[in-house]
Design a protein around this ligand. Structure first.
Ligand SMILES: *Cc1c(COP(=O)(O)O)cnc(C)c1O
Length: 368
C-alpha cells in the first residue's frame, strides 16, 4: 500500500458487504471471555454443545432474538450451518409439501441464485422481475403474475449487490411468504407473523460466518422431501433444538452477544431510526452533486448496501486507494456491477458514514 500522511486508526471503518464489520463492544466482550467464559475454566469454543453452559448460551441467544424481532410462538427459530446458499435448496426441500410450483420475485443477483437452486426441486414461476431496468427497483405487487398453486412465494427482501430493499411486506394471502433477509435482518422491525419462513446468513448483520438463522412457521414443518438429509430437515432440527449434529457453537455465542447489544441499544425501533439517519446522510450527499451517482429508484433504495459509481470510472482505482489509506475499507463494488458499494450495517456507526462523505467530497473537489 502507498505510504500515506494520514495514519489509519487502530480500527478501520469497514464497508465490506460480508463478512462485515461487527460491533466493537461485542468483540471486546468476546475477547474478555475468550479464554475463560464465566468461570467455566474454558472457552466457548471448547465446550460440549450438550453441556449445560453451551445449552444456556444457545437458549439465551434464541430468547434475545425472539424478544428483539418479536417472534410469535407460532414460529420456530433454528440456528443452522451452510450459509444462506444452502437454504436456497433447504427451503424447497422442506416447503414444497407435495406441491410442484414456486413463485419468485426476481430483484437481482441473490434472487437469481435462489431461483437456479429451486429449479432443481420444482417448477419456478417468476411472478415479477426487475431485470428490465437492470435490477434497480422492486416490482409493485399489483404487477406480479402469481401462479394459482405455488407452495410459497420467495423474495430477497434486500439485494446486497444491487442495493435494492423492500420497504414493505408483501401480502400473499394463504400462500406462505419466504424471504432471504441475509443483509438487512434486524436492521428494522420485522412483521414476522406475515412470513412463512425467513432466513439470513449471519455474516452481514448478525455476527461471524458459519451460522444461518431460520425463522419458520411451525405448521409448515413435517413434509420434507423423502431424500432430504436429516441436517436439512427443519422438523428434525427443530425437535433437536438445532443440535442434530454439532452446531457452529462459537458463531451462535457471538450472534447471542450481538442480539444483546441490539437490545441494549433500545431494540429494533431505535436501530431503525439510526439506520435511517445513516442512509439519509449518504443518499442526500449522493443526490446533491453529479460526480457520484446511485442508480436505484429512490423509494427502493437499501439502507444497508449503497452502491454508487464515479462519473469517470478511470478514477475508481485512485478513489479506492485513497479511501483505504484513510481507513475507509472495502468500498469496491461487486464484480458483477462494478463501481463502489458502501455497506452500512447495524454495526457501522454514523461516524463511519460521516468520514466517508467527508472523504468523497474532498475527492470530488480534487477531481471535478
Ligand atoms: C451473502 C448473501 C447470501 C449468501 O450467503 P452465504 O452465507 O455466502 O451462503 C445469500 N443471500 C443474500 C441476500 C446475501 O446477502
Amino acid at each position: 500500500m502507498a505510504a500515506s500522511p494520514i495514519k489509519p486508526a487502530a480500527r478501520i471503518f469497514n464497508f465490506g458487504a460480508g463478512p462485515a464489520t461487527m460491533p466493537v463492544e461485542v468483540l471486546e466482550k468476546a475477547k474478555w471471555e475468550l479464554v475463560n467464559w464465566h468461570d467455566a475454566g474454558m472457552s466457548v469454543m471448547e465446550m460440549s454443545h450438550r453441556g449445560r453452559e453451551f445449552i444456556a448460551i444457545a437458549a439465551e441467544a434464541e430468547a434475545n432474538l425472539r424478544e428483539l424481532a418479536k417472534i410469535p410462538a407460532s414460529h420456530k427459530v433454528l440456528f443452522l450451518q451452510g450459509g444462506a446458499t444452502l437454504q436456497f435448496s433447504a427451503v424447497p426441500m422442506n416447503l414444497l409439501r407435495g406441491g410442484k410450483n414456486i413463485d419468485f420475485v426476481n430483484t437481482g443477483e441473490w434472487s437469481k441464485k435462489a431461483i437456479a437452486e429451486a429449479k432443481k426441486f420444482a417448477q419456478v414461476n417468476v411472478a415479477a422481475s426487475a431485470e428490465d431496468r437492470k435490477f434497480t427497483y422492486v416490482p409493485k405487487q399489483s404487477a406480479w403474475k402469481r401462479s394459482k398453486d405455488a407452495a410459497y412465494l420467495h423474495i430477497c427482501s434486500n439485494e446486497t449487490i444491487g442495493g435494492v430493499e423492500f420497504h414493505w411486506t408483501p401480502d400473499t394471502g394463504e400462500t406462505p411468504l419466504v424471504a432471504d433477509m441475509s443483509s438487512h435482518i434486524l436492521s428494522r422491525p420485522i412483521e414476522v407473523a406475515k412470513y412463512g419462513l425467513i432466513y439470513a446468513g449471519a455474516q452481514k448483520n448478525i455476527g461471524p460466518a458459519g451460522l444461518v438463522v431460520v425463522i419458520v412457521r411451525e405448521d409448515l414443518l413435517g413434509h420434507a422431501l423423502p431424500d432430504t438429509p436429516n441436517v436439512l430437515d427443519y422438523k428434525l432440527q427443530s425437535e433437536a433444538d438445532s443440535m442434530l449434529n454439532t452446531p457452529p457453537t462459537f458463531s451462535v455465542y457471538l450472534a447471542g452477544l450481538t442480539f444483546k447489544w441490539l437490545l441494549d441499544r433500545g431494540g429494533l425501533a431505535q436501530v431503525e431510526r439510526d439506520n435511517i439517519a445513516k442512509a439519509k446522510r449518504l443518499y442526500d450527499y449522493l443526490d446533491s452533486q453529479d460526480f457520484y451517482a446511485n442508480p436505484v429508484a429512490r423509494e427502493d433504495r437499501s439502507r444497508m448496501n449503497v452502491p454508487f459509481t464515479l462519473r469517470d470510472a478511470a478514477l475508481d482505482k485512485e478513489f479506492l486507494a485513497e479511501a483505504e489509506a484513510r481507513g475507509l475499507s472495502q468500498l469496491k463494488g461487486h464484480r458483477s456491477v462494478g463501481g463502489m458499494r458502501a455497506s452500512i450495517y447495524n454495526a457501522m456507526p454514523i461516524e463511519g458514514v460521516e468520514a466517508l462523505v467527508a472523504f468523497m467530497e474532498e475527492f470530488r473537489r480534487a477531481h471535478a
